[in-house]
Design a protein around this ligand. Sequence first.
Ligand code: E4P
Length: 218
Amino acid sequence: MKIFLDTADLAEIRRAADANLIDGVTTNPSLMMKAAGGRDPLDVFLDICRTVDGPVSAEVVAVDKDTMIAEGRRLAEIHDNIVVKVPLTEDGLRACRALRAEGIRVNVTLCFSVAQAHLAAKAGATFISPFVGRIDDVSGDGMELISQIRQVYDNYGFDTEILAASIRHPQHVVQSLLLGADIATMPPKVLFQLLRHPLTDTGLAAFLADWKKLEKEL
Ligand code: E4P
């Protein structure tokens, strides 16, 4: 499964990319608002694309099809890594189809049902982003949605990749792996939580302590 970092924070992206832990990046307007620090978002997207060798999702902020398409084209011109993110609305799916016809990759975002995911795949979405954490937040079952989309896409041979989004904790990532999601996008905190295990820390401390004893004996 591919791992994307869900942030526009360049320092976090550099850290994860330098460690070869990530295959791409997703952003959204809220993440950009937190991280841009007064910079032009287009410049931030360019810096992210130069840092990560993989897809970088950049979201349109228009709500009508024609402006979404124009915005999508502008975003796609920034760098080959850019994937244009559109919301799962009627206009969003129209824009998705039009941008795909021009060879521009599209991530359809804000997906909360299998019915929506089916329509996005029919519109040619490169990625579908079901928001598992936000479904859990309203007492739903986000991972069940991933499982159902996997089944539908496999039943009908759609090649749209399932990008599990709104990941809140490592168990969401483990479940995404078990259910066959193609990608999980997660905040830096969750990525680094995946690395850690208390038994690794205590085991390493014991090995190093024993090695020091051995060195003293020599
Ligand atoms: C995905 O592309 C979104 O940017 C993100 O995963 C949303 O996560 P949130 O529900 O934690 O805001």
